[in-house]
Design a protein around this ligand. Structure first.
Ligand code: AMP
Ligand code: MG
Length: 419
């Protein structure tokens, strides 16, 4: 049976970085930029005021203090968004708002709080300056954020809100990024009923399609839910055909040893099977291969197909370990790892048959160190154990038990500010 690392290497060898597309910048969050962004302009484009106050000549404020105001004549006001046509001459000042261009002649801004403006009658054309100003004070220089010609964002950058803002500051409505993979999700099982329909005896709701599609979206893919296929080859094949434009196909169920576990057979018939079963728990019956399809131009193409186990916990954990990195690779990302930490185990974890165990755990920080406890019953059908968990305690293949008090490795599913 292959290891988790071998299985992951196989899956990754079957997926490629996708092509670029041009998208409105607000739709590019988390996508990878495919071009260097250089600035054709200075940002800010001109020297401007960092404060609401008075633009003046610093030399005119020598000796100013709370008890010794320097009185200047106010010759006008500049709001933001307007170029001043006035010039500050010795003995004068211009009222200026934050972001407004500096008027000629002025070399400093003194903010309102350091003037006697509040005490002056309305309409006064003089202002008392209550502190000395130094040249350059409260002025934002042209190009101090971005200089004309500078490399602002490198290709390969993963766009976060800050980068989206930087693109907007340069005036870009769109950006060229690697497109998101379309990932089709098909549930298999005669026992499954679609949500919104009444449950009849012997049936359960199809939860995998939704949990897995939500994972696809979380990691930047576009999920397409294909519904439920019956445990018959004809049903599975016709359902899969509805997903052939996808960049990756995911099925759940039908990969075990049971009488109706036909996903492997269909993989073998409609494509090729690369591996089946991985030395892990939960998730052992994972199947991987390719299904024959065509690309957008109609050329033959092999579509990677991950056959996740049907048990909802197994499906989610195998998704995390194999589908998530595949999606990230298609998106052009370099780093596929989730944060892994060392924590002190509070409850023992057993490992009965030499596989790598991923035990659902709750990790907290207590007295400066991480502590981990399992979520309770670890059955692979207990989906609420995933809902409770924020991490997976990893039990190595060669350990039959991890004891309470031991320092263990935990792969974090969520990494929130509390850490
Ligand atoms: P299988 O791998 O098809 O043998 O399924 C293993 C277990 O997972 C069975 O108890 C199934 O009923 C359950 N299961 C399979 N698919 C789903 C699904 N889409 N949603 C919820 N449970 C499922
Ligand atoms: Mg089944």
């Amino acid at each position: 049976m292959i290891t988790v690392e071998q299985a992951l290497a196989k899956v990754l060898s079957y997926v490629n970085v996708l092509e670029a597309e041009t998208r409105p910048i607000l739709d590019t969050l988390g996508q990878v930029l495919v071009e260097d962004i250089r600035s054709a302009v200075d940002i800010p484009p001109w020297d401007n005021s960092a404060m609401d106050g008075y633009a003046l000549r610093a030399a005119d404020t020598t000796g100013a203090g709370a008890g010794s105001p320097r009185v200047l004549r106010v010759i006008g006001t500049v709001p933001a968004g307007v170029f001043p046509d006035l010039e500050v001459k010795p003995g004068t000042a211009i009222r200026i708002m934050t972001g407004a261009p500096m008027p000629r002649g002025a070399d400093a801004v003194v903010r309102f709080e350091n003037t006697d403006e509040e005490r002056r009658p309305a309409g006064s054309n003089e202002i008392g300056i209550l502190c000395e100003a130094s040249p350059g004070q409260n002025i934002r220089r042209a190009g101090e954020d971005i200089a004309r010609g500078a490399l602002v964002l490198k290709r390969g950058t993963v766009l976060r809100p800050a980068e989206v803002g930087v693109l907007a500051s340069l005036g870009y409505p769109t950006a060229n990024v690697i497109r998101r993979p379309l990932v089709a999700m098909l549930a298999t099982g005669d026992e499954l009923v679609e949500i919104g329909q009444p449950l009849t005896p012997g049936k359960i709701y199809n939860s995998n399609s939704y949990g897995i599609a939500a994972e696809v979206a979380r990691y930047g893919g576009i999920p397409r839910v294909l519904g439920i296929a019956q445990d018959r080859e004809t049903s599975l094949i016709s359902s899969l055909r509805r997903g052939l434009e996808a960049d990756m196909l995911i099925t759940s169920g039908g990969v075990s040893m049971g009488d109706y576990d036909i996903v492997k057979d269909v993989l073998a018939k409609e494509g090729e099977i690369t591996f089946w079963t991985v030395r892990m728990k939960p998730g052992k019956p994972l199947a991987f291969g390719t299904i024959k399809g065509t690309d957008r131009q109609g050329k033959p193409r092999n579509i990677p197909h991950l056959g996740l186990p049907g048990n909802p916990v197994s499906a989610m954990i195998t998704f995390e370990l194999f589908a998530r990195p595949a999606i990230l690779k298609m998106l052009g990302k370099q780093d596929f790892t989730k944060p892994t930490i060392t924590a002190v185990l509070e409850s023992p974890v057993e490992n009965s048959d030499g596989r790598r165990v991923y035990a659902r755990a709750i990790v907290e920080k207590r007295d400066g160190q991480y502590v981990a406890r399992t979520t309770g019953p670890q059955g692979s059908g207990i989906l609420t154990s995933m809902a409770m968990a924020n991490g997976l305690v990893i039990v190595p293949e060669d350990r039959s038990r991890l004891n309470a008090g031991e320092a263990v490795q935990v792969m974090m599913l969520d990494w929130s500010e509390q850490f």
